[in-house]
Design a protein around this ligand. Structure first.
Ligand code: PHB
Length: 391
């Protein structure tokens, strides 16, 4: 016997939970499943720059109050190069801001809001496969923590299940999508220390890129460019501080104990389509962007806002127009974000074996941005986020 719901959502990350939240506002029932436990979801520390539009969606729909209280509004970033810091003042340039609010906090808020609303949210339940995606009764075959298999039948199946998505297979088939790999990675640390600067620093130095980010008044997140094969345990704490400080010469970093370290590979991916029949993929299941543009979670939210409108029109009014155009509209924004992230990455990192010519050219590119109001505004507009379609 199959259970029935209107929308079966695979993945309780930001995309899956927000979609169920928005659908519920319109009275559309859904079931959300995730193979992880609630604790795993709520305690994995991830990046957290939220575009203004993302914050508006979260606050206007009652999904998160705390982004206003413990979130930290940032009205710009610093670009560092040639031993100088250049401030890009988003507020003055485009009248928009971003918020530093880590993704796991968004998840804590969304899970609490969903459970308070009586949402059918199932942890420890794994999607095995999607069947009948081409019909109006797609199904997800699932397995619970005890290994029992069952079936959820729905009007629409949504894969919000990350880069190793199970739903993706039913959507993209053998074509998959488009990949790009960069020849470097980020070495990330979490340190117990006060912030070194009021806003984030993206620094291009002859030794490579560094990013000085934050998590809270007590915990800071920092990264430096490294070889993708780097073993995270191969550096002593003193060596890590030396790498970070050498790459941010214009700022004295405030040091503290380093309690987490990891190496993040740079992979870019865009699925060739985001839907097939009644199966749809959103967020990381459909695309991966390099972290340099801070677009990951924001793109997931943009997908969900579009998909919410498409599903409402389809299921409440029988109008499939927005559902049918979902892939085209979502991929347009995805490719713009991909382009912005690629541009920030290429402008700020050292390519292995880059010539002196290339190095001078890169500094000139950075100056072209920081010396010109149009250049600064282009960066500010993209970083704070383009208007959200669908709301
Ligand atoms: C982070 O804080 O982890 C972070 C911030 C900005 C980025 C990437 C990562 O562009």
């Amino acid at each position: 016997m199959a259970e029935r719901t209107r929308v079966a959502i695979v993945g309780a990350g930001p995309a899956g939970l927000l979609l169920s939240h928005l659908l519920d506002e319109a009275g559309i029932e859904s079931i959300v499943i995730d193979s992880r436990t609630r604790e795993q979801i709520e305690t994995t520390i991830r990046a957290g720059i939220l575009e203004q539009g993302t914050v508006e969606v979260l606050t206007e729909t009652g999904a998160s109050e705390r982004v206003n209280t413990i979130g930290d509004k940032h009205s710009g970033i610093y670009l560092g190069f040639d031993d100088e810091l250049h401030h890009i003042d988003f507020g003055a340039l485009v009248g928009r801001n971003v918020w530093l609010y880590p993704q796991h906090e968004v998840l804590v808020d969304l899970i609490a809001a969903r459970l308070a609303a009586g949402q059918d949210l199932r942890f420890g339940v794994t999607a095995e496969r999607v069947e009948d995606a081409e019909t109006e009764r797609p199904r997800v075959v699932v397995r619970d923590a005890e290994g029992r298999e069952s079936v959820i039948e729905a009007d629409v199946v949504v894969g919000a299940d990350g880069s190793r998505s199970v739903v993706k297979k039913a959507v993209t088939g053998s074509h998959g999508g488009f990949f790009h790999e960069c020849p470097f990675a980020w070495f990330g640390i979490l340190t117990e220390a006060p912030p070194s600067k009021d806003e984030l620093i993206y620094s291009n130095s002859p030794d490579g890129f560094a990013l000085i980010s934050q998590r809270s008044p007590e915990v800071q997140r920092m990264y430096f460019q490294c070889d993708p094969e780097t073993d995270p345990s191969s550096y002593s704490e003193a060596q890590l501080w030396d790498e970070l400080q050498r790459r941010t010469p214009a700022t004295e970093l405030k040091e503290g104990p380093i309690f987490q370290r990891d190496v993040l590979k740079f992979r870019s991916f865009v699925a060739h389509r985001m839907q097939a029949g009644r199966a749809v993929i959103v967020g990381d299941a459909a695309h991966t962007v390099p972290p340099t543009g801070a677009k990951g979670m924001n793109l997931a939210v943009a997908d969900v806002v579009l998909l919410d409108r498409a599903i409402r029109d389809l299921l409440l009014r029988g109008d499939a127009t927005h559902f049918e155009s979902f892939t085209d509209e979502a991929l347009r924004r995805t490719w713009k974000a991909q382009q912005f992230s690629w541009w920030m990455t290429s402008m700020l990192h050292q390519q292995p074996g880059a010539s002196d010519f290339e190095r001078h050219r890169q500094i000139a590119e950075l100056r072209t941005v920081t010396d010109s109001e149009a250049g600064r505004r282009y960066l500010a507009e993209a970083y704070t986020g383009w208007p959200l379609l669908g709301r």
